[in-house]
Design a protein around this ligand. Sequence first.
Ligand code: RB5
Length: 149
Amino acid sequence: MLAIGGDHASPQLKEEIKKHLDEKNIAYKDFGTFSDESVDYPTYGEMVANAVASGEYEKGILICGTGVGMSMTANKVRGIRAVVCSDCYSAALSRRHNDANILALGARVVGPDLAKMIIDTWLEAEFEGGRHQNRVDLIMDVERKNFQA
Ligand code: RB5
């Protein structure tokens, strides 16, 4: 199950993405926002990141104007490895090598077709483990050393 959210820059793209996920029978919960009235992206970034970090949702998709603020916010939540992508190669490798659990997209950066391709690529790619597991463990060591519980 996916957790999805975004700020006021996101609703139009978010709706397109939801239609795409519906067509593929991929389950999700939309945490909002649902209008273009100005909101603060960290509110929604934290909600979705917490939903993923708790284990209730397997992965998350966050959308803001650039995807930058959302990825920064989500990466402040313990257990989250968020990546902002505007290309399919990074999306694939962020899963295969970095075991990213949140994908951030910029609604003002990527068009809907590219966003859907990036999402498909990200959801289909699997973490390869092995030497990459060791490196992801090292990332999480950095988190443990620098963040209080
Ligand atoms: C809101 O205008 C914009 O700052 C936000 O959507 C996002 O791009 C932040 O990183």
